[in-house]
Design a protein around this ligand. Structure first.
Ligand SMILES: Nc1ncnc2c1ncn2[C@@H]1O[C@H](COP(=O)(O)OP(=O)(O)OP(=O)(O)O)[C@@H](O)[C@H]1O
Ligand SMILES: [Mg+2]
Length: 367
């Protein structure tokens, strides 16, 4: 198994830069997720790691060895594609065992190894069938099986392997894939644009945007302490709220006054902005409603979620979604105040798109 290190990796297609100077290390045995919207450069990054695409500049190290100019076949990396292609004329077990056949293993040994993998993926009963009639989920399991059957692979690359599945089955496969990883502990790089999937599966996530890695961290770090507006808006459902206002904030400040609203305590700021477009970032579950005081707003509607409800409130600073217990009565048009869990608040400079450093961010590494 392997540690993967990218140093200033860049990829351009003509004069378009798909991946811009990425530097990060994927630890040995880690389940690492590349997350971001369509076109942000996830597949391109993955293909460069696998050796299917040469970087325009930068260096790729596999266990300390420079593999930048090594072909995919020399890197020992297993790859599961977005569009999984099985060999239609082969049976399930032959599909899974194909990489072993290429390595020249004897038929009996191939069959035995395929059976082990099939057991992990719970498809033992399908081994002697053709692949033509398989349901989508089973085809995907076969494709996964083919990727993991080579135990010598140093790492596995998975490009939206669950993309073609329906929601319920996807969820099940997420759990299975993560369970599989916990058993084989192989370094895995997993691409998805689905933040729920990323949060559920990753040891660490790299959030990408327009070819740039915005932030790398554990799911909790990224959720609680987003470094950019993009990360804050991309992660969580509902996404983080942004209460917008114009003004000046200074390093050392422990509260902000948004024009026209009550003063709000915030984690001590380490940097400031003069006459800027600012936002107070707050997660929906860090808001409580009060009849008196707080940042005032008017209830626009409520969405029942079971134990909680998402209440939409119009304020001077934009629309805000609050997640509160569903037994709290709210009425459309009612005037309410918002109180926050102040130690969780994030200040954003909307011009740079970055979070201002504060006590909340102690220990968080900038990319
Ligand atoms: N061979 C290529 N030639 C030209 N442009 C390319 C090529 N491959 C990718 N691109 C462009 O690079 C950008 C990043 O593509 P990439 O496939 O890495 O995105 P992605 O994050 O995987 O997106 P998706 O979620 O849609 O799969 C896109 O704008 C894409 O059009
Ligand atoms: Mg892609």
């Amino acid at each position: 198994m392997a540690e993967i290190k990218l140093e200033k990796i860049q990829k351009s297609f003509g004069d378009f830069t798909a991946v811009r100077s990425s530097s990060f290390t994927i630890n040995d045995g880690e389940f690492f997720v590349l997350l971001g919207p369509s076109g942000c450069g996830k597949t391109t990054t993955l293909r460069m790691i696998a050796g299917l695409e040469l970087p325009t500049s930068g260096t790729m190290l596999l266990d300390g060895e420079d593999v930048t100019f090594k072909r995919a076949s020399q890197r020992d990396i297993g790859f599961v594609f977005q569009m999984f292609a099985l060999y239609p004329h082969m049976k399930v077990w032959e599909n899974i065992g194909f990489p072993l056949k290429c390595e020249g293993l004897a038929k009996a040994e191939i069959r035995q190894r395929v059976e082990e993998v099939a057991k992990l993926l719970r498809i033992e009963h399908l081994l002697d069938l053709g692949v033509g009639g398989l349901a989508g989920g089973d085809s995907q399991r076969v494709a996964l099986g083919r990727a993991i059957v080579r135990r010598t692979a140093k790492a596995f690359m998975m490009d939206e392997p669950l993309g073609a599945l329906d929601t319920e089955f996807r969820h099940l496969m997420c759990t299975e894939l993560r369970g599989l990883h916990d058993r084989i502990k192989a370094t895995t790089v997993y691409v998805t644009h689905d933040q729920v999937e990323a949060m559920a599966m990753a040891d660490r996530i790299a959030v990408m945007n327009h070819g740039v890695v915005d932030q790398i961290g554990t799911p909790q770090e990224i959720y609680d302490r987003p470094l950019t507006v993009h990360v804050a808006a991309f992660i969580g459902s509902p996404a983080m709220n942004f209460l917008r206002f114009k003004g000046t904030v200074e390093a050392g400040q422990t509260s902000v006054r948004m024009n026209g609203s009550a003063e709000v305590a915030v984690p001590k700021l380490h940097e400031g902005v003069r006459d800027g477009e600012l936002s107070l970032g707050v997660r929906s579950e860090h808001i409580t409603l009060t009849s008196e005081g707080g940042v005032r707003g008017e209830v626009y509607g409520a969405e029942y979620m079971g134990t909680t409800q998402i209440v939409t409130i119009n304020t001077h600073h934009g629309q805000v979604k609050a997640r509160i217990p569903s037994d709290v009565k709210v009425t459309t048009g009612e005037s309410v105040g918002l109180n926050f869990q102040n130690e969780r608040l994030v200040m954003f400079d909307m011009t740079s798109g970055k979070a201002l450093r504060s006590d909340l961010y102690e220990g968080v590494k900038h990319v």
